[in-house]
Ligand binder design. Structure first.
Ligand SMILES: [Zn+2]
Length: 201
């Protein structure tokens, strides 16, 4: 996986993912991160383009890529597109040029990563899956404490928690849905060591 810059270098953020983004109103939730400082927007992973065009007055020109396994990436506010619906793209493919269409207040790439329809912090998600610079975050070592955000399967625990796919960042584990094939499997003890918030789910 790569950042939309087409590299493994984390891009600059003009507006982060999360609640209460001042640009979208107090109390609203910003489901993506607004990235700046580059022109060419690249696919973060290989996949199939499921949308490329004008989405609505908020998103403007938007590309959506289905990466399989329930994971999609969404790129908003584009100036122009270099792909069409139905295209197959490889990781790092030049899919669009940065713009300010829709409700963008300046040129930026609003990037969303959705796992089974639920948005996650996109830069943390990509950081957890970068293979070129951080192989130990792609395959966490159960014997060492892991600080990086990661996407993992966690074993079920009788009477306590259902197993499934979780996104862990900053000590909080977010349940995403049933087990996703291909993700590292964490034991219950390891998951608890990483994320206090897992307990009781
Ligand atoms: Zn945004």
């Amino acid at each position: 996986m790569l950042y939309p810059t087409g590299t493994t270098t984390r891009p600059r953020v003009s507006s982060p993912y999360g609640p209460r983004d001042p640009r979208i109103g107090v109390g609203a939730f910003h489901h993506g991160a607004d990235l700046i400082g580059f022109d060419a927007i690249h696919a973060v992973a290989s996949g199939r383009v499921t949308f490329a065009g004008w989405m609505n007055a908020a998103a403007g020109n938007t590309v959506v890529i289905d990466h399989g396994g329930g994971v999609t990436s969404v790129y908003m506010h584009n100036e122009r597109h270099h792909v069409r619906k139905g295209d197959t793209v490889s990781e790092g493919a030049h899919i669009a040029d940065m713009g300010d269409t829709g409700n963008a207040t300046g040129e930026c790439n609003h990037l969303e990563i959705r796992v089974r329809g639920k948005s996650v912090e996109p830069l943390a998600y990509i950081a957890a899956r970068l293979t070129q610079t951080a192989p130990n975050t792609t395959h966490p070592n159960p014997t060492t404490k892991e600080e990086e955000p990661m996407l993992v399967n966690i074993q079920g625990h009788a009477g306590k928690r259902s197993g499934g796919a979780y996104f862990i960042a900053n000590g909080v584990a977010t349940y995403l849905g049933p087990v996703v094939v291909g993700l590292p499997l964490l034991t219950t003890a390891h998951a608890d060591a990483l994320a206090k918030a897992v307990s009781g789910l």
